[in-house]
Design a protein around this ligand. Structure first.
Ligand code: NAP
Length: 407
């Protein structure tokens, strides 16, 4: 094996390491009460811990569309940056960390049918909210991640696959691959506090309008720009993504039907390849563009290894199972998929306004620092997308690809 190939594979595996670790699995359990909500039984009361980032607002929309009543619990920081959200929704302010300020006090003495925890990253904090709410809610829905799994090399692995572990489960940082194992421990903390009443949902890449990671967004916006598009790896490389709105609708449906246990949640139903994803984005964009497919190893040698061109991952050792998780259990429980072309179209409509919002927020933060006599905060250029490669880098790689020595 050549040095470059070895280096490339090492990069592949470490790039995905942050998405693949955790501890003992919170197993699917028999619900205490499987009865679905009867039509006409009245709206449910749903508490969301978080609710103003990316997935949360879609859960609010999905719950309201079904006639349910929503309460949000958060610090009020993100909502302010968005210029106010959901004026009609009840908002409770506090911190998930019981050690900070009033902590979870705002939740005391209240009750809901279900809580959706979209913002739990540390087991100590998930334990605190699940213990506090154990007698106040019927169901705890924890939004976990596919990153809990220890192994990304086994195609078609289901929810019974082992989760990763971490030497120190009390650390509260996302670095060094801690994210996945900590989420696995969060699942267990919820299950311990409310045995048999937890729904642990493990999504793959969540995409669509509102996604501030810009990962999937790179592709529709790249197609919109038109011209020669660098397409990575093998057109047949598989891709799994889930539209946040599909996930949100399914979360609400699971609450209505009292679904408990552990579920992988990705999509689309029926499968997707890298070529089909990019093609859907080109159709949605409607711009004049062409595709040039560049081989995986060549890309790695140009500094465009796995994770640099977002969403796409090559089928190499260490990654063969990454975009090939089984999620038929969720489909059987009602998960559906929006066509990727529709997701791409909605992202194209949303993203320009989102860039304007980021520029405004950055300006306001800098002005505030000046007013407070604090040093100017160091921040990334808000006008630049947060994922993908620049037009200059793309042109450079395409030029090098065409000039490569032919065998
Ligand atoms: N994006 C993906 O591709 C992906 C994939 C798999 C799994 N996931 C999981 O999906 C979930 C999605 O998260 P999201 O950000 O979209 O959720 P969200 O609920 O829309 O946004 C995060 C919320 O948490 C609140 N929050 C943050 N820190 C808090 C604290 N200390 N106390 C109280 N509230 C706090 C924020 O408001 P304030 O800042 O105002 O407090 C905000 O409302 C995450 O659990 C993530 O692990 C994501």
């Amino acid at each position: 094996m050549s040095t470059s190939r070895r280096e490339f594979l090492a990069t592949s595996i470490s790039a995905v390491g942050a998405l693949s670790l955790g501890a003992g699995l919170a197993r699917a359990v028999q619900p205490k009460d499987k009865a679905p909500v009867k039509p006409g039984a009245g709206p449910l009361k749903i508490l969301i811990l978080g609710g103003t980032g990316f997935l949360g607002p879609h859960v609010v929309d999905a719950a309201q569309a079904r006639g349910h009543t929503v309460t949000l619990f958060n610090r009020g920081i993100t909502e302010k940056r968005k210029g106010g959200l959901f004026p009609e929704v009840e908002k409770l302010q506090g911190d998930r960390d019981p050690k900070k300020g009033e902590g979870l006090s705002a939740l005391k003495g209240r009750s809901w049918d279900a809580v959706v925890d979209t913002s739990g990253y540390y087991p100590r904090m998930v334990a605190a909210s699940a213990e506090l709410l154990a007698d106040a809610v019927r169901q705890y829905v924890f939004i976990s991640t596919l990153s809990v799994y220890a192994d990304n090399n086994t195609p078609d692995a289901d929810e019974t696959a082992a989760v990763g572990t971490i030497p120190d489960p009390s650390i509260e940082t996302m670095s060094d691959g801690a994210y996945g194992p900590l989420k696995a421990l969060c699942e267990q903390a919820a299950e311990k506090a409310m045995p048999g009443r937890v729904l642990n949902i493990r999504p793959g890449y969540i995409v669509g309008p509102g996604d501030t990671s810009d990962r999937f967004t790179y592709w529709p916006m790249r197609a919109k720009r038109g011209g020669e598009i660098l397409a990575p790896g093998n057109p047949e490389d598989p891709v799994q993504i889930i539209d946040a709105r599909d996930l949100a609708r399914w979360i609400v449906r699971c609450i209505e039907q009292r679904t408990f246990g552990v579920f992988n949640a990705c999509g689309p139903v029926g499968g997707l390849t890298t070529a089909a994803m990019i093609e859907a984005c080109r159709k949605a964009a409607g711009s004049e563009s062409t595709l040039t497919w560049v081989e995986t190893e060549f890309l790695a040698n140009q500094g465009v290894g796995p994770g640099v061109l977002p969403i796409w991952l090559p089928q190499v050792d260490g990654l063969r199972g990454f975009h090939r998780r089984k999620f038929d259990k969720a489909v059987a429980a009602g998960l559906t998929s929006t066509p990727v072309e529709q997701t791409a179209r909605d992202v194209i409509a949303w993203f320009p306004g989102e860039l304007e919002r980021r520029i405004r927020v950055t300006r306001e933060l800098i002005e505030q620092a000046e007013k407070d006599g604090k040093p100017k905060p160091t921040m990334a250029d808000p006008a630049k997308p947060r994922a993908g490669i620049s037009p200059e880098k793309e042109a450079e790689v395409l030029k090098a690809w065409k000039a490569r020595p032919q065998p």
